[in-house]
Write a protein that binds this ligand. Structure first.
Ligand SMILES: [Zn+2]
Length: 495
């Protein structure tokens, strides 16, 4: 088995907020030994010079959407519901090449910004395909990044899911949105089954999962079908739960209970279940999630951009919820930068109130963005730099301006680092970013491909754009009306 020894670097120690000089011996894809400078290494071990570098465990993105990378920056003042309305416009008409390309753009951005694994809720309309999932998985494999590829599925369209919304549309628009109908759930479950049965990647690197997108968008039979499929094959489950106030108000109307108690009654909650966002979870919801050992991917940048509010992460931790951190898709966060997600996670916990002891600590945020996310993704032995763990290591340039001077490396990683100091990245013992370049990827060629494809998609999606323009004012007034209805908790920044 190939051995490598990393010498001369400083290793981040989260507990003591320090970064002592350490050598690291890597055997195969894992860390074999860590010791003071001068660590003995087997003859023939490759030497990696980490002089002037700070080493930290690869960040893990708890929630993203690969299809968003071709549409970054498209919207500005979009609520979640307007974003969902814009879905056919900004992600429609994709062929296999575009699915691959969109994923590759995000994978490169994540690696260049110190992130070595992600939970990708990719979408295909009207149902997932083995070719589409293969294209997305191949992009991660090509750059050597870990990923959970979770087809995001539904059998109820957004317009059918929000009570009263369809009736609020004039008949001509009702007819137009009817063509946004999704495949029957039996078809989608069969397609998911085919994806899982044909899986060819090592599950320690790239694994499948099942993502019933939003409970309101999935019939109960479909939710239970997803549950059985996931549990039968040992896969993760991931869903957007209580992301917006529109969702929680609609959930009460449709189910007569919170979305979390609804999916609990369907038997979905468990240690393999990840809630995306969870902004509008109440205490009982969080207790249920904690008791089931479930995870929440906290995506604070997206929650702020889409106006969904501020999640109560301190309360989640108090109820024993496993906290992960994510960016969300590039069309609702506009980047794939986990350093920024960590910083925003810190800031929004501060603006919840003056009780500073309840604000998240930088070490809690860093643990959530590494170990917490790794747990949500289902990657064991990831998220720490310790013997027995996978060798997923980010090397930051301590000569970069963010680190002059080094005072408290944990605080600086969360509050100061912006990704610009990432010099190289190792995943599973293999260097995948070297000297600020993704190994094997030509960004100039990638940019040319992206330009060409974006232009093509713009043409293809012109009718979808026109449909969005006709829907914007109706969805944009109906949904905020729902969000103004009373609910027993408040997560908005102001009343
Ligand atoms: Zn999402």
């Amino acid at each position: 088995m190939e051995t490598k020894v990393i010498r001369g670097g400083r290793l981040l120690d989260i507990t003591s907020h320090s970064a002592p000089y350490c050598d690291i011996l890597v055997r195969g894809d894992s860390i074999a030994e860590i010791g003071p400078p001068g660590l003995a290494s087997p003859e023939g071990a490759a030497q990696i010079d980490a002089t002037g570098r700070l080493m930290h465990a690869g960040l893990m993105n708890g929630h993203t959407h690969s299809h968003g990378n071709l549409s970054k920056g498209t919207g500005d003042r979009w609520t979640l519901e307007l974003l969902l309305t814009a879905g056919p416009w900004i992600t429609g008409g994709r062929q296999t090449e575009e699915k691959y390309l969109s994923t590759l753009i995000g994978a490169c951005e994540m690696l260049l910004k110190g992130c070595t694994g992600c939970y990708d809720l990719m979408v295909e309309f009207p149902t997932p395909s083995t070719e589409g999932v293969a294209a997305v998985s191949k992009a991660y494999a090509d750059v050597g990044m870990r990923a959970v590829v979770a087809p995001m599925v539904a059998d109820i369209s957004f317009f059918e899911a929000i009570p009263g919304l369809m009736d609020a549309l004039p008949p001509a628009l009702q007819k137009d949105v009817e063509r946004l109908r999704l495949a029957p759930y039996e078809t989608t479950l069969a397609n998911l089954e085919a994806v899982v049965k044909g899986w060819s990647y090592d599950r320690e690197a790239i694994r499948p999962a099942v993502a019933p997108t939003i409970p309101l968008h999935c019939s109960d039979d479909f939710m239970m079908g997803c549950r059985d499929l996931a549990r039968g094959h040992g896969l993760g489950l991931h869903s957007h739960v209580s992301e917006s106030k529109v969702q929680v108000v609609s959930g009460l109307k449709v189910y007569g209970k919170t979305l979390t108690s609804h999916i609990d009654s369907l038997g979905l909650l468990g240690p393999d279940f990840t809630v995306a966002h969870g902004v509008w979870l109440d205490d009982d919801d969080m207790r249920l999630l904690g008791d089931h050992g479930a995870s929440v991917s906290h995506n604070p940048g997206s929650n702020a951009l889409l106006g969904n509010g501020i999640a109560d992460t301190r309360r989640m931790l108090e109820f024993g919820v496993n906290l992960a951190i994510g960016t969300d898709g590039a069309s609702c966060c506009d980047h794939q930068n986990m350093y920024e997600s960590m910083r925003v996670a810190s800031y929004v916990s501060h603006v919840r109130g003056p009780e500073w002891q309840r604000w998240l600590k930088p070490e809690e945020i860093l643990r959530a963005a590494t170990e917490g996310s790794a747990k949500a993704l289902g990657f064991e032995r990831c998220g720490r730099i310790e013997p027995g763990y996978k060798a997923d290591i980010v090397f930051l340039d301590l000569g970069a301006i963010n680190w002059i001077p080094v005072n408290d490396p944990v605080n600086q990683l969360v509050h100061t680092e912006d990704g610009s100091s990432v010099h190289s990245v190792m995943v599973g013992g293999r260097m995948v970013v070297e000297n600020r370049r993704v190994v094997g990827v030509d960004l100039v060629a990638l940019a040319a491909d992206a330009e060409r494809v974006a232009e093509k998609l713009k043409g293809v999606n012109t009718p979808n754009r026109a449909l969005y323009d006709r829907l914007e004012s109706i969805v944009g007034s109906f949904c905020p009306g729902l969000a103004r209805q009373p609910f027993h908790i408040n997560r908005f920044g102001a009343h």
